[in-house]
Design a protein around this ligand. Sequence first.
Ligand code: GLU
Length: 338
Amino acid sequence: MSIVTRFAPSPTGRLHAGNLRTALFNWCLARGAGGRFLLRAEDTDATREGEGDLEQQLADLAWFGLDWDAGPDRDGPGGPFRQSARGEIYREYLGQLAESGHAYTCYRTDEELRRRRAELRRQGLPPRYDRAWAELPHAEVVRRRESGQLPAIRFAAPATGEIAWEDLVRGRRALPATEISDFVLARSGGAPGFLFANALDDALMGVTHVLRGEDHLVNTARQLVILEALGLAAPRYGHMPLLAGPDGVKLSKRTGATSCGEFRAAGLLPLALANTLARLGHPWEEHGLMSMQQLAAGFDPGNLTTSAQRFDPAQLGHWQRLALDALDDEALARWAGE
Ligand code: GLU
């Protein structure tokens, strides 16, 4: 089987070290096996996208040393690689799920759902969506529809059993079906939700392996049931510990993690960054500076650790010195003049 991996950022703001590490490991997994690496822009929420964010992210990934076989800037089999251009595809597969009884429309408003959750919490119950409560009398559905209210589309999740998979990093994982409840496939108004669009795209794009943060563990269970209902092959998922900053707080745009743009502006060499990030959670035999090809050849997701990793920009200095030493005169002159 030929390996196909991807990196699927939402184009909101610049990438940070955590994003780059995920992209790097997926790239290594594909390139080390002579497989394909794809980029996909998860841009279903147009309101969050800033002007030029996508172009900037692509430029940052290219600067970092990654190349991709297909992406938003280069079409290929399974494309287009921008979710905002895949509306027809989502509609078709939502229709298929509705026909087979795996999806249904829900006319409860966000406000009603919010109040219901508060009520459950007050009763000491888990604040989960419950299907029986969400079902409205037929006349009420008709009234809401006629008043122009648009329904959300939800997945009819299995009520019993468990969802299990062989995680590329953590071995066998299983979650009781009761953990996943009837999640949203498409929001009222029709925009596809993350769980649905992301899983469907992976399957249709032929993605075989997905390495992503452990914050997606429950999502994986949900995505496996979506793909099973559609009769599509799921990728193998692997969940890595999230990257935290020196203070132990998860890196994120919101908490002001240093962006790729700031690293670039500071004159950091991409290979110094790649060597620093590659060493967070993956053991290597080589202790010196490795080229991108060496990183790809030596990467094995089964060797990723499950313990939390901290990224401290102070670690960059060591690798920057080695990366500078490795530059030839011409490259050094270019770097100095940048
Ligand atoms: N767009 C998602 C994110 O940035 C992708 C998650 C995934 O890799 O599946 O979190």
